[in-house]
Design a binder for this molecule. Structure first.
Ligand code: F6P
Length: 319
Protein backbone atom coordinates (compact mmCIF):
# COMPACT_ATOMS: atom_id res chain seq x y z
CA UNK A 1 0.00 0.00 0.00
CA UNK A 2 1.39 3.37 -1.04
CA UNK A 3 -1.53 5.71 -1.44
CA UNK A 4 -4.80 5.67 0.49
CA UNK A 5 -8.09 7.54 0.26
CA UNK A 6 -10.33 8.50 3.16
CA UNK A 7 -13.97 9.51 3.00
CA UNK A 8 -16.94 10.12 5.27
CA UNK A 9 -20.34 8.97 4.08
CA UNK A 10 -23.99 9.01 5.14
CA UNK A 11 -25.22 10.96 8.16
CA UNK A 12 -22.37 12.86 9.78
CA UNK A 13 -21.38 12.09 13.36
CA UNK A 14 -19.31 14.10 15.86
CA UNK A 15 -15.84 12.62 16.04
CA UNK A 16 -15.50 11.96 12.33
CA UNK A 17 -12.86 14.71 12.17
CA UNK A 18 -10.83 13.08 14.91
CA UNK A 19 -10.90 9.84 12.92
CA UNK A 20 -9.77 11.63 9.74
CA UNK A 21 -6.98 13.38 11.67
CA UNK A 22 -5.74 10.14 13.20
CA UNK A 23 -5.88 8.23 9.92
CA UNK A 24 -4.04 10.96 7.98
CA UNK A 25 -1.33 11.41 10.60
CA UNK A 26 -0.79 7.68 11.05
CA UNK A 27 -0.57 7.13 7.30
CA UNK A 28 1.78 10.08 6.73
CA UNK A 29 4.01 8.90 9.58
CA UNK A 30 4.19 5.49 7.93
CA UNK A 31 5.22 7.06 4.61
CA UNK A 32 1.90 6.74 2.79
CA UNK A 33 0.32 9.34 0.56
CA UNK A 34 -3.21 10.32 1.56
CA UNK A 35 -6.10 11.68 -0.45
CA UNK A 36 -9.13 13.14 1.27
CA UNK A 37 -12.25 12.43 -0.78
CA UNK A 38 -14.93 15.10 -0.45
CA UNK A 39 -18.68 14.39 -0.13
CA UNK A 40 -18.44 10.63 0.38
CA UNK A 41 -19.11 8.34 -2.57
CA UNK A 42 -20.54 11.26 -4.60
CA UNK A 43 -17.20 13.06 -4.41
CA UNK A 44 -15.40 9.82 -5.26
CA UNK A 45 -17.45 9.56 -8.47
CA UNK A 46 -16.75 13.24 -9.22
CA UNK A 47 -13.01 12.84 -8.49
CA UNK A 48 -13.33 15.51 -5.84
CA UNK A 49 -10.04 14.71 -4.11
CA UNK A 50 -7.59 16.69 -2.06
CA UNK A 51 -4.08 15.73 -1.07
CA UNK A 52 -3.68 15.71 2.71
CA UNK A 53 -0.67 15.94 4.97
CA UNK A 54 0.12 16.19 8.67
CA UNK A 55 -0.79 19.86 8.91
CA UNK A 56 -3.96 19.73 6.82
CA UNK A 57 -5.73 18.01 9.72
CA UNK A 58 -4.54 20.44 12.40
CA UNK A 59 -7.23 22.00 14.62
CA UNK A 60 -10.04 19.78 13.37
CA UNK A 61 -10.46 17.34 16.24
CA UNK A 62 -12.70 19.63 18.26
CA UNK A 63 -14.95 20.46 15.32
CA UNK A 64 -18.34 18.85 14.82
CA UNK A 65 -19.44 17.52 11.41
CA UNK A 66 -16.84 16.33 8.93
CA UNK A 67 -14.32 18.54 7.14
CA UNK A 68 -14.49 16.13 4.18
CA UNK A 69 -18.26 16.64 4.04
CA UNK A 70 -20.69 13.81 3.42
CA UNK A 71 -23.52 12.60 1.22
CA UNK A 72 -25.91 9.76 0.58
CA UNK A 73 -25.06 8.66 -2.96
CA UNK A 74 -27.67 6.91 -5.13
CA UNK A 75 -25.26 6.16 -8.01
CA UNK A 76 -22.97 4.17 -5.73
CA UNK A 77 -25.83 1.82 -4.86
CA UNK A 78 -25.57 0.45 -8.41
CA UNK A 79 -22.84 -1.91 -9.54
CA UNK A 80 -21.99 0.38 -12.49
CA UNK A 81 -21.44 3.22 -10.03
CA UNK A 82 -19.09 1.11 -7.94
CA UNK A 83 -17.21 -0.04 -11.06
CA UNK A 84 -16.75 3.60 -12.07
CA UNK A 85 -15.52 4.42 -8.55
CA UNK A 86 -12.99 1.58 -8.71
CA UNK A 87 -11.68 2.81 -12.08
CA UNK A 88 -11.25 6.31 -10.65
CA UNK A 89 -9.37 5.01 -7.60
CA UNK A 90 -7.09 2.93 -9.82
CA UNK A 91 -6.48 5.88 -12.14
CA UNK A 92 -5.27 7.91 -9.15
CA UNK A 93 -3.16 5.03 -7.86
CA UNK A 94 -5.20 4.78 -4.65
CA UNK A 95 -4.70 1.25 -3.42
CA UNK A 96 -6.60 1.36 -0.14
CA UNK A 97 -9.73 3.15 1.03
CA UNK A 98 -10.97 4.09 4.50
CA UNK A 99 -14.73 4.55 4.79
CA UNK A 100 -16.13 6.25 7.87
CA UNK A 101 -19.91 5.90 8.07
CA UNK A 102 -22.96 3.92 9.04
CA UNK A 103 -24.44 0.66 7.84
CA UNK A 104 -25.32 1.82 4.30
CA UNK A 105 -21.86 3.30 3.76
CA UNK A 106 -20.15 0.17 5.06
CA UNK A 107 -22.31 -2.03 2.83
CA UNK A 108 -21.15 0.03 -0.15
CA UNK A 109 -17.54 -0.36 0.98
CA UNK A 110 -17.93 -4.13 1.28
CA UNK A 111 -19.32 -4.36 -2.27
CA UNK A 112 -16.54 -2.16 -3.62
CA UNK A 113 -14.04 -4.67 -2.28
CA UNK A 114 -15.95 -7.82 -3.24
CA UNK A 115 -16.89 -6.81 -6.76
CA UNK A 116 -14.08 -4.49 -7.71
CA UNK A 117 -11.18 -5.70 -5.60
CA UNK A 118 -10.49 -2.38 -3.89
CA UNK A 119 -9.03 -2.94 -0.40
CA UNK A 120 -11.26 -1.15 2.11
CA UNK A 121 -11.38 -0.79 5.86
CA UNK A 122 -14.48 0.58 7.58
CA UNK A 123 -14.88 2.74 10.67
CA UNK A 124 -18.31 2.82 12.36
CA UNK A 125 -19.44 6.46 12.33
CA UNK A 126 -23.08 6.98 13.21
CA UNK A 127 -25.03 8.44 16.11
CA UNK A 128 -27.50 5.52 15.85
CA UNK A 129 -25.17 2.92 17.44
CA UNK A 130 -26.85 0.32 15.24
CA UNK A 131 -23.77 -1.47 13.89
CA UNK A 132 -23.29 -5.02 15.11
CA UNK A 133 -20.18 -6.27 16.89
CA UNK A 134 -18.92 -2.90 18.07
CA UNK A 135 -19.82 -1.66 21.54
CA UNK A 136 -19.88 1.94 20.36
CA UNK A 137 -19.81 3.92 17.13
CA UNK A 138 -18.14 7.27 16.61
CA UNK A 139 -20.57 10.07 17.51
CA UNK A 140 -22.90 8.19 19.85
CA UNK A 141 -21.52 9.61 23.07
CA UNK A 142 -21.68 13.22 21.88
CA UNK A 143 -25.20 12.66 20.60
CA UNK A 144 -26.27 11.26 23.98
CA UNK A 145 -24.77 14.22 25.80
CA UNK A 146 -26.66 16.61 23.52
CA UNK A 147 -29.89 14.70 24.18
CA UNK A 148 -29.31 14.77 27.93
CA UNK A 149 -28.52 18.52 27.98
CA UNK A 150 -31.63 19.31 26.03
CA UNK A 151 -34.01 17.01 27.87
CA UNK A 152 -32.72 18.33 31.19
CA UNK A 153 -33.76 21.81 30.04
CA UNK A 154 -37.18 20.51 29.08
CA UNK A 155 -37.50 19.03 32.56
CA UNK A 156 -37.15 22.52 34.06
CA UNK A 157 -40.04 23.93 32.12
CA UNK A 158 -42.04 20.71 32.51
CA UNK A 159 -41.80 21.09 36.29
CA UNK A 160 -42.78 24.77 36.26
CA UNK A 161 -45.95 24.02 34.30
CA UNK A 162 -46.60 20.51 35.60
CA UNK A 163 -46.57 19.12 32.09
CA UNK A 164 -45.55 15.97 30.35
CA UNK A 165 -43.00 16.26 27.55
CA UNK A 166 -42.67 13.73 24.78
CA UNK A 167 -39.20 13.94 23.28
CA UNK A 168 -38.52 12.25 19.95
CA UNK A 169 -34.93 11.24 19.34
CA UNK A 170 -33.15 9.82 16.29
CA UNK A 171 -31.76 6.33 15.85
CA UNK A 172 -33.32 5.12 12.61
CA UNK A 173 -34.64 1.60 13.42
CA UNK A 174 -32.59 1.34 16.62
CA UNK A 175 -33.77 2.34 20.09
CA UNK A 176 -30.29 2.79 21.54
CA UNK A 177 -30.24 6.60 21.60
CA UNK A 178 -33.70 6.69 23.20
CA UNK A 179 -32.84 4.03 25.76
CA UNK A 180 -29.50 5.48 26.83
CA UNK A 181 -30.59 9.13 26.88
CA UNK A 182 -33.87 8.20 28.58
CA UNK A 183 -31.96 6.33 31.28
CA UNK A 184 -29.59 9.23 31.75
CA UNK A 185 -32.43 11.69 32.45
CA UNK A 186 -34.58 9.26 34.42
CA UNK A 187 -37.42 9.37 31.90
CA UNK A 188 -40.76 8.02 33.09
CA UNK A 189 -41.18 6.05 29.87
CA UNK A 190 -38.91 5.08 26.98
CA UNK A 191 -40.46 3.84 23.76
CA UNK A 192 -38.18 1.91 21.42
CA UNK A 193 -38.78 -0.13 18.26
CA UNK A 194 -37.33 -3.30 19.78
CA UNK A 195 -40.17 -3.57 22.33
CA UNK A 196 -43.89 -3.37 21.50
CA UNK A 197 -45.37 -0.23 23.03
CA UNK A 198 -48.11 -0.54 25.65
CA UNK A 199 -49.79 2.86 26.01
CA UNK A 200 -52.11 1.60 28.73
CA UNK A 201 -49.15 0.65 30.90
CA UNK A 202 -47.37 3.95 30.21
CA UNK A 203 -50.47 5.99 31.01
CA UNK A 204 -51.04 4.06 34.26
CA UNK A 205 -47.48 4.60 35.35
CA UNK A 206 -47.55 8.33 34.61
CA UNK A 207 -50.85 8.67 36.43
CA UNK A 208 -49.46 6.87 39.50
CA UNK A 209 -46.40 9.16 39.49
CA UNK A 210 -48.61 12.19 39.17
CA UNK A 211 -50.72 11.13 42.13
CA UNK A 212 -47.56 10.56 44.12
CA UNK A 213 -46.81 14.26 43.60
CA UNK A 214 -44.38 14.20 40.70
CA UNK A 215 -44.66 17.51 38.86
CA UNK A 216 -43.00 16.64 35.58
CA UNK A 217 -42.94 13.76 33.19
CA UNK A 218 -40.53 12.91 30.40
CA UNK A 219 -41.30 10.31 27.77
CA UNK A 220 -38.52 9.58 25.30
CA UNK A 221 -39.57 8.01 22.02
CA UNK A 222 -37.25 6.64 19.36
CA UNK A 223 -38.10 7.82 15.85
CA UNK A 224 -38.16 4.18 14.73
CA UNK A 225 -40.88 3.29 17.24
CA UNK A 226 -43.47 6.03 16.90
CA UNK A 227 -43.80 9.78 16.54
CA UNK A 228 -43.92 12.27 19.38
CA UNK A 229 -47.34 13.42 18.11
CA UNK A 230 -48.81 9.93 18.34
CA UNK A 231 -47.43 9.33 21.81
CA UNK A 232 -48.65 12.72 23.08
CA UNK A 233 -52.13 12.04 21.71
CA UNK A 234 -52.28 8.73 23.56
CA UNK A 235 -51.14 10.26 26.86
CA UNK A 236 -53.51 13.24 26.66
CA UNK A 237 -56.38 11.08 25.57
CA UNK A 238 -55.95 8.49 28.33
CA UNK A 239 -55.11 10.62 31.36
CA UNK A 240 -55.65 14.22 30.28
CA UNK A 241 -52.07 15.22 31.21
CA UNK A 242 -51.16 18.51 29.52
CA UNK A 243 -48.48 17.47 27.07
CA UNK A 244 -45.94 19.18 24.85
CA UNK A 245 -43.70 17.63 22.26
CA UNK A 246 -40.11 18.26 21.21
CA UNK A 247 -38.43 16.63 18.25
CA UNK A 248 -34.70 16.93 18.84
CA UNK A 249 -33.84 16.39 15.16
CA UNK A 250 -30.46 17.17 13.66
CA UNK A 251 -29.18 19.00 16.73
CA UNK A 252 -28.28 15.45 17.80
CA UNK A 253 -25.73 15.17 15.02
CA UNK A 254 -23.91 18.44 15.69
CA UNK A 255 -21.51 19.86 18.22
CA UNK A 256 -17.96 19.45 19.36
CA UNK A 257 -17.25 15.78 20.09
CA UNK A 258 -16.91 14.65 23.70
CA UNK A 259 -13.58 13.41 25.01
CA UNK A 260 -14.88 9.85 24.68
CA UNK A 261 -15.68 10.31 20.99
CA UNK A 262 -12.35 12.03 20.31
CA UNK A 263 -10.42 9.17 21.87
CA UNK A 264 -12.57 6.47 20.28
CA UNK A 265 -12.31 8.06 16.83
CA UNK A 266 -8.56 8.60 17.18
CA UNK A 267 -8.03 4.97 18.14
CA UNK A 268 -10.20 3.81 15.25
CA UNK A 269 -8.47 6.10 12.76
CA UNK A 270 -5.06 4.80 13.80
CA UNK A 271 -6.19 1.15 13.82
CA UNK A 272 -7.80 1.44 10.39
CA UNK A 273 -4.53 2.49 8.73
CA UNK A 274 -2.68 -0.33 10.47
CA UNK A 275 -5.31 -2.79 9.21
CA UNK A 276 -4.82 -1.62 5.61
CA UNK A 277 -1.03 -1.80 5.96
CA UNK A 278 -1.20 -5.30 7.39
CA UNK A 279 -3.38 -6.55 4.53
CA UNK A 280 -6.45 -6.92 6.69
CA UNK A 281 -8.80 -5.15 4.29
CA UNK A 282 -12.46 -6.16 4.19
CA UNK A 283 -12.71 -5.46 7.91
CA UNK A 284 -14.20 -2.83 10.16
CA UNK A 285 -12.48 -1.52 13.25
CA UNK A 286 -14.66 -2.26 16.28
CA UNK A 287 -14.58 -1.53 19.99
CA UNK A 288 -15.01 -4.74 21.94
CA UNK A 289 -14.51 -4.81 25.69
CA UNK A 290 -12.32 -1.71 25.56
CA UNK A 291 -10.07 -3.04 22.79
CA UNK A 292 -9.76 -2.18 19.11
CA UNK A 293 -10.41 -5.26 17.01
CA UNK A 294 -10.78 -6.01 13.29
CA UNK A 295 -14.02 -7.75 12.36
CA UNK A 296 -14.92 -8.78 8.83
CA UNK A 297 -17.45 -6.50 7.15
CA UNK A 298 -19.25 -9.63 6.02
CA UNK A 299 -19.84 -10.72 9.60
CA UNK A 300 -20.88 -7.28 10.79
CA UNK A 301 -23.30 -6.61 7.99
CA UNK A 302 -24.96 -10.00 8.15
CA UNK A 303 -26.37 -9.37 11.61
CA UNK A 304 -28.50 -6.82 13.35
CA UNK A 305 -27.32 -5.19 16.53
CA UNK A 306 -29.63 -6.15 19.34
CA UNK A 307 -30.64 -4.01 22.27
CA UNK A 308 -29.42 -5.01 25.73
CA UNK A 309 -32.56 -6.31 27.44
CA UNK A 310 -30.99 -5.92 30.85
CA UNK A 311 -30.73 -2.17 30.20
CA UNK A 312 -34.38 -2.11 29.20
CA UNK A 313 -35.38 -3.83 32.45
CA UNK A 314 -33.12 -1.57 34.46
CA UNK A 315 -34.58 1.56 32.91
CA UNK A 316 -38.06 0.42 33.93
CA UNK A 317 -37.05 -0.25 37.52
CA UNK A 318 -35.08 2.95 37.97
CA UNK A 319 -37.50 5.50 36.58
O1 F6P B 1 -28.20 7.70 10.62
C1 F6P B 1 -28.13 8.94 11.26
C2 F6P B 1 -29.46 9.65 11.19
O2 F6P B 1 -29.33 10.88 11.86
C3 F6P B 1 -30.66 8.86 11.70
O3 F6P B 1 -30.74 8.85 13.10
C4 F6P B 1 -31.79 9.59 11.03
O4 F6P B 1 -32.92 8.75 10.89
C5 F6P B 1 -31.21 9.95 9.68
O5 F6P B 1 -29.80 9.92 9.84
C6 F6P B 1 -31.61 11.30 9.16
O6 F6P B 1 -31.08 11.43 7.89
P1 F6P B 1 -30.97 12.82 7.11
O7 F6P B 1 -29.90 13.64 7.75
O8 F6P B 1 -30.63 12.42 5.73
O9 F6P B 1 -32.30 13.49 7.24
Amino acid sequence: IKKIGVLTSGGDAPGMNAAIRAAVRTAVTDGLEVFGIHRGYSGLLDEDFTSMDYSSVGGIMERGGTILRSSRCEEFRLEEGRAKAADILKKHGIDGLLVIGGEGSLSGAKLLMEEQGIPVVGLPGTIDNDIALTDMCIGVDTCLNTCVDTIQKLKDTASSHERAFVVEVMGRSSGYVALASGMAVGAEAIIIPEIPVNYEEIADKIWRERKRGKINCIIVVAEGASSAYTVARHVEHRIGYETRITILGHIQRGGSPTAFDRVLASRMGYASVKALEENEAGTMIALQGGKMVRVSLEKILSQKKTIDMELVEMAKILS
